[in-house]
Design a protein. Structure first.
Length: 368
């Protein structure tokens, strides 16, 4: 087994009583003594601090924003050129089949583009970005990344730097925490208000301890991160989306702005442009299993409780602590994707009922 990389906060996680486990080549905190349920509910009601330093951070720059944006638009179907300085967008790298090679966040700061990619894909993503002509690609290996999430996250960060209180969802800004100069975006992957904070790696412990000193903040591990994003209807790369999943099938059409769509000002020009938005045969949906038993990844879905071939499968599933019931996401044939459709998931040879549900399961609480 390959040796796992350690995060800058590894010693602090251990001191806080975290149970550590492998994820994307890193030794990550899975849960703390509060437990997954307690951590999940604390983040929904107050504020939680996540270590996401395993993710990749990259800066792309050139002599002008026009050069940077047009270069990056050859890799993604999003409107990069039209992004204002100090703003961020969700995007994805696509392939020639219209599939999603990774999903990511990108932000404009002056004439530079800051990109955050998933840990499991970052080597391939960086190699992809390094093929761009006319730009420089800097790997920000000397920076860590923490996510502060929850309805009190704004109050917590503003107690360190009042500038944070004036920001809105997807703003990117400078922030000082415990005397450390950082930058942050008002975003995250829980469905709650919050921030993702890029920090000089050597100062990560100073920043983390300062945020954890606030009475509203608890450390949160991977277990609760997964249940929070699932309730929020957010995709986990490698589970809910992958290189064989088209943007249309994943129901992520909303993330492609008008300028890059067919007949838009800068339509096409990215891998798979002709098939990315083609009408899919299967569609990502929310699922509400009946009873208390979760339907987890790879459970086959059927249109009948007794017969017929599978018409889909579950990609993510578990118990939703906020709503007190199982929740899941998966793919089903378009004919069975309408909200309210009753399906059956096969668990240990027995078919159990579930209903196609609207996403998200828990309404987003972003600061607009």
């Amino acid at each position: 087994m390959a040796e796992l990389d350690r995060l800058p906060l590894h010693d602090l996680h251990v001191a806080l009583g975290a149970r550590m486990g492998p994820f994307a080549g890193y030794e990550m905190p899975v849960q703390y003594p509060l437990g997954v349920m307690g951590e999940h509910l604390h983040c929904r009601s107050k504020a939680g601090l996540f270590d996401v330093s395993h993710m990749g951070q990259v800066r792309i720059h050139s002599e002008s924003w026009d050069s940077v944006a047009r270069a990056f638009e050859t890799l993604v179907p999003q409107d990069v050129l039209g992004l204002a300085s100090g703003r961020q967008r969700y995007g994805f790298f696509t392939n020639e089949k219209g599939g999603i090679e990774d999903d990511l966040m990108f932000a404009r700061v002056g004439d530079d583009l800051l990109v955050v990619v998933n840990a499991a894909c970052k080597d391939a993503d960086i190699a992809r970005m390094q093929t761009l002509s006319g730009v420089s690609v800097d790997i920000l290996a000397d920076r860590s990344l923490l996510a502060l999430q929850g309805p009190l996250a704004g109050e917590v960060l503003a107690s360190q730097d009042a500038r944070a209180g004036d920001t809105r969802f997807m703003d990117v800004f400078d922030v000082t925490i415990a005397g450390v100069d950082c930058w942050a975006s008002r975003s995250g992957y829980t469905g709650e208000d919050g921030f993702e904070i890029s920090i000089p790696a050597a100062q990560t412990t100073v920043v983390a301890k300062a945020l954890l000193d606030h009475p509203a903040v608890e450390p949160i591990g991977l277990g609760a991160r997964d249940s929070l994003r699932l309730e929020a209807g957010l995709c986990l790369y490698g589970n809910d989306i992958d290189a064989d999943t088209t943007v249309a099938s994943a129901a992520l059409n909303w993330a492609i702005q008008k300028a890059r769509r067919p007949s838009g000002a800068r339509e096409g020009g990215f891998p798979g442009a002709d098939v990315t938005l083609a009408k899919p045969e299967q569609l990502r949906v929310g699922l509400s299993p009946e009873g208390r038993a979760p339907m987890r990844a790879d459970v086959a879905l059927f249109a009948s409780d007794t017969e017929g071939e599978a018409i889909g499968h579950v990609t993510s599933g578990g118990f939703g602590p906020t709503i007190g019931a199982p929740v899941a996401m998966g793919y089903v044939n378009v004919a069975h994707a309408e909200v309210g459709t009753r399906l059956w998931g096969e668990i240990r040879g027995k078919r159990m009922p579930a209903t196609v549900a609207s996403l998200p399961f828990v309404p987003a609480n972003f600061k607009r």
